[in-house]
Ligand binder design. Sequence first.
Ligand SMILES: [Zn+2]
Length: 356
Amino acid sequence: MSRRGPAAAFRARTRRAAWALPLLLSRAACAAAPAGQGKHASPTPPGTVALGEGAWLLPGHYAPPRQPDGNSLLFAGPGGWLVVDTGRHPGHAQAILAAVHDSGRPIRHVLNTHWHLDHVGGNPALRAAHPGLRVLASPAIHGARTGFLAGYADQLRGLLAAPPAGVDTDALHAELARIEAGEALLPDEAVNAGGGRELAGRRVQLGLAPDAVTAADLWLFDPASGVLAAGDLVTLPAPFFDTACPRGWSAALQALEAQPFTTLVPGHGAPMDRAGFVTWRGAFESLRACAASPAPASDCAEGWLRQAAPLLPDEAARMQARALLDYYLAQVLRGPSALRHCADAGERAAAARPAR
Ligand SMILES: [Zn+2]
């Protein structure tokens, strides 16, 4: 684990600064999406935003210095609920449980789009409340537990042994406890390939994106509502590159654009329509190309702000995007091990070493 590892990213994301204002999840943008119409229209669960036929968004929040919760999606099926992603903090998991409570129906399936703690952290609480549920996820979490998450846990223990001034030690303890939840985070079923599935009685399409935001990300398309759950393959106010392989990520975005969705729900931020996604993807590709060029990093960050402007709701979002991109350009995209999360990183490093 490098000196600038996940704990450095934690500090970068949680540093108290002028831009540390709540990133507003635009309720206005959500409200513009079609409400749950159709012959099986159900009442909107509390705390959620209707997206389409039997599909609701439970918004995650990202308000530095607090670590983020990813967005969750709730899909109602004849067999109960399908939940996509479970957030990080206990409050987010409790909001999911409260949202489904009045329906009297169980959570049948949880799909984790990827293993980041802001998407799997609520798994233990949901399992405890709905013991019959099955968690589906890619097998990448197994590698993460012995790799990235183990290194992150060591860094958290180091910080807790000698906490720097101003660090929220309660948040560090809670983060460490989430990693130590271990088995309760893991899937009951490892998804190794995309394809059609029936989850909670709903026919959905799963996609597997290797070597993208993590070693293997999942996305879900629900034809009945037209909703595409993209996980962190799409995030606002900027892409999160902590564990990413940018080249594989580009391929995943191409696959997403080929889906016949009407509403794309990103891992963080407000839902977007197809035009919004095309804008986001264009900004992502420009950022990648700029990062690979000799252009100053500030040009790359400003290019993102310019191109993604229609998706950034306010000045707080723009300032947060700028802070994230300054960090990612310096430490990840242009760092000495920029491609370390790509599957062939080991082979490439070996090939670059002089022969003996
Ligand atoms: Zn996330």
